[in-house]
Design a protein around this ligand. Sequence first.
Ligand code: F6R
Length: 240
Amino acid sequence: MKVIVGSEEKISALIAEEFIKQVNAKPNSVLGLATGTSPLGVYANLVKANKEGRVSFKDVVTFNLDEYIGLDGTHNQSYRYFMNVNLFDHIDIDKSKTHVLKGVGDYLAYANQYDAEIASFGGIDLQILGIGSDGHIAFNEPGTPFDSLTHVAELAESTIVDNSRLFNDISEVPTKAVTMGLKSIMNARKIVLIATGINKAKAIKNLLRGDKTEEVPCSILQDHPDCTIYVDEAAYSLVK
Ligand code: F6R
């Protein structure tokens, strides 16, 4: 794993450039996307680059990592809604080529065919990840098998607490999600992970200095052949 340390502004811009490079080299790239606070700066840079004509997303295909069970795509905390308002609504992407797991209705059937659907497009070329304070990636919480594909997951208590900042009340945070598995993520050809803030420092230390164990889901990335970790000083502070 490569590590790049810089301000949130700097690392967001660098990751955006990786996406721009990828899409300009292969206009029908398959991109793996994340939600949450971490990728917001990256998405803002992509919107800007698209408006400036530096990149076009019109042939791009996207797959998102996860979705809360119980929230439909119009709910303002659903990940489909997040992707629309923070990226898709502002770029020239064809929304029919954007895939987000379903949180309601036949969500299980959709989840069960998600990995095959990704494979049918040739697999993910470039995947962006955030990381949970407990070391989760997507919603793969501690204890998730390394060979997991897309599945239903129970959110850890710490994740519910972390994510409650975005809801009116902690009781509104869904307790379950559908998520790409650890193996689904490892199938991506290239991975970039972004982490900022002291709340992520322990997870980053475990990722970069800890053992590879299912108790630390992100530690599986130690085996990925092309994975770069982008951190700010605070998230990196326990590593030095
Ligand atoms: C979101 C996702 C999660 C987040 C993680 C960090 O699609 O997969 O693993 O990346 O919970 O969230 P933030 O960025 O809000 O700190």
